[in-house]
Design a protein around this ligand. Structure first.
Ligand code: FES
Length: 322
């Protein structure tokens, strides 16, 4: 079994469900605190945590509370249909007072400095955006938010004060006319940070639009893995684990992570889909074929790191700092 972030004693916490609240139809929020009353580790807007439930299922959820509140963390969970076990457990079984195993916060969606921010949230994708709105307001940086939902009753946190700190546009699929995102976003400059989280189709459309924007303007957080075609890389390649002085062979149909694990080299992992970033590994030599849903175009081009749960090699050899 691959190790997850929750398996690492340095990153693992046992927290108590302090409160549960229905935020919208099919959306429950959990407030998690330390049963001993201690302060929780610090985190920055955009961070997520891994939650492992008593049924063994592990999922990542964005923190959506105020980072300044170290007494509790809040996450919000949409009842997925069909559920792969995480959201069903939360909605049907988890109760206030239960303990959950939680990783320390991990951030692959950090709010970088900008002169203005444009936020686009689709449905439950509002969760990582909420602390960003508060932070932008705190820094005095102007921002606009388009919050899109299929139905008004399924849109969580509509009453939160964070939404009032800037220029918020609510687009409720059952009440409002469809938003022309191209027109609404306009033309981002080098000083604009565009942050988006939501359904795959919305993020894919934004990625297309961003081809005409300054490089690096768009930052996205995906809950689902991007769809890739067949690998264009080598069918079989060697991976040198430089720190362990081991070489493993990776065939089509196996991941680098699996083959390293089989050779006794454990790498923390969680989603196994290239979405969470837990397995990010530094590349010393070789050309990765990036098949993850996290790295930005610049990060891909630099080839400094790769997600070894899904990414492969273009050539016949990769050297990893592991
Ligand atoms: S385990 Fe999540 S990106 Fe690799």
């Amino acid at each position: 079994m691959p190790q997850s972030a929750v398996d690492s004693p340095d990153l693992r916490l046992t927290l108590r469900v302090r409160a549960m609240r229905r935020e919208a139809r099919d959306v429950l929020s959990l407030e998690l605190d330390d049963p001993a009353g201690g302060l929780l580790p610090p985190w920055e807007p955009g961070a997520h945590i891994d939650l492992r439930f008593a049924n063994g299922v592990e999922r990542q959820y964005s923190l959506c509370s105020d980072p300044a509140d170290r007494t509790a963390w809040r996450v919000a969970i949409l009842a997925e249909s069909p559920s792969r076990g995480g959201s069903r457990y939360v909605h049907q079984t988890l109760r206030v007072g239960d303990l959950v195993t939680v990783s320390a916060p991990i951030n692959h969606f950090a709010l970088t400095p900008a002169a203005e921010y444009v936020f686009v949230a689709g449905g439950i994708g509002i969760t990582p955006i909420l602390p960003m709105l508060a932070e932008a307001t705190r820094r005095g940086i102007p921002w606009r938010l388009a919050y899109l939902g299929s139905l008004a009753e399924r849109m969580a946190f509509l009453d939160l004060p964070q939404l009032a700190g800037g220029d918020t546009l609510l687009v409720r699929g059952d009440l409002d006319t469809r938003l022309d995102l191209t027109a609404w976003i306009g033309s981002p400059t080098e000083q604009t940070g565009v942050y988006a989280c939501g359904p795959e189709r919305m993020l894919d459309a934004l990625e297309q639009l961003s081809l005409d924007w300054p490089r690096g303007a768009l930052h996205v957080e995906r809950f689902q893995a991007k769809t890739f075609g067949e690998s264009q890389g080598a069918d079989t390649f060697e991976v040198v684990a430089s720190r362990s002085d081991l070489v493993v062979s990776v065939d089509r149909g196996c991941s680098i992570l699996e083959m390293l694990e089989n050779a006794g080299i454990g790498v923390p992992s969680s989603c196994l889909e290239g979405v969470c970033g837990t397995c990010e590994t530094a590349v010393i030599d070789g050309a990765p074929e990036h098949r993850d849903s996290i790295l930005t175009p610049d990060e891909r081009e630099s080839n400094e790191t790769m997600m070894i749960c899904v990414s492969r090699s273009l050539g016949d050899r990769l050297v990893l700092d592991i």
